[in-house]
Design a protein around this ligand. Structure first.
Ligand SMILES: C[S@@+](CC[C@H](N)C(=O)[O-])C[C@H]1O[C@@H](n2cnc3c(N)ncnc32)[C@H](O)[C@@H]1O
Length: 189
């Protein structure tokens, strides 16, 4: 078990202790102690993280935001693989603590930051790439803000969830049975 898996397991044990529920067995189960989040913490699998970064064509000049960042693995991977900078926000304090700890461990605190923050209150203008793993409903609630604040050419990448017929993706792929969607701001909105 590597360090990230150990931290994730500790979060899972915390969830079990607080709720009386058994600890989650795999990545598809919710973890963390705050179950008031409309979307629970479910980490993106490593191969999907890589595919999301590739679909978003992330590069060294990009500023990658993960809205609902969990343990921060997407922005940390963007910094490590491509030298990008990034910000992750989440409304669960325990996952933000985990993301900050992991960024220290990976040596990328000069490029990535994490904050306890509601994604709907965040200024998105600095972002060039926005990562999502939320739900169709939250994506649709977020859409007007994305369109108002992101610059033309910015990319939005969503693990699993699209925006129904309201905003068709620029491109969709399937990796390990998981759909991943890309929207390019200013392209056929
Ligand atoms: C499915 S997890 C994805 C975690 C991470 N992005 C990943 O892909 O590994 C969704 C995360 O969104 C967070 N979240 C839900 N609603 C939020 C909100 N309004 N503001 C910030 N974070 C939120 C949850 O706490 C949870 O950690």
């Amino acid at each position: 078990m590597n360090r990230r898996e150990t931290l994730t397991a500790m979060l899972a044990l915390g969830a079990g202790a607080c709720t009386g529920l058994p600890a989650p067995k795999d990545e598809q189960a919710p973890t963390g102690t705050n179950f008031s989040a409309a979307v629970p913490y479910i980490p993106t699998r490593p191969e999907i993280v890589d595919a999301m970064l590739d679909l978003g064509a992330v590069g060294a000049k990009d500023v990658v935001y993960d809205l609902g960042c969990g343990d921060g693995r997407i922005v940390i991977a963007a910094a490590k693989r491509f030298g990008a900078s990034g910000l992750g926000v989440d409304i669960q304090p325990d996952v933000i603590a985990m993301a900050e700890s992991q960024a220290h461990w990976e040596g990328v605190t000069n490029r990535v930051k994490f904050a306890l923050h509601d994604l709907f209150d965040l200024d998105l203008r600095p972002a060039t790439v926005v990562m999502l793993y939320l739900s169709v409903e939250l994506n649709l609630r977020l859409r007007p803000k994305l369109l108002a604040e992101l610059h033309p050419g910015s990319r939005i990448v969503s693990n699993r969830f699209d925006m129904a017929d309201v905003w068709r993706p620029t491109r969709s792929i399937v990796v390990a049975d998981t759909p991943i969607h890309l929207w390019r701001v200013g392209a056929g909105v």
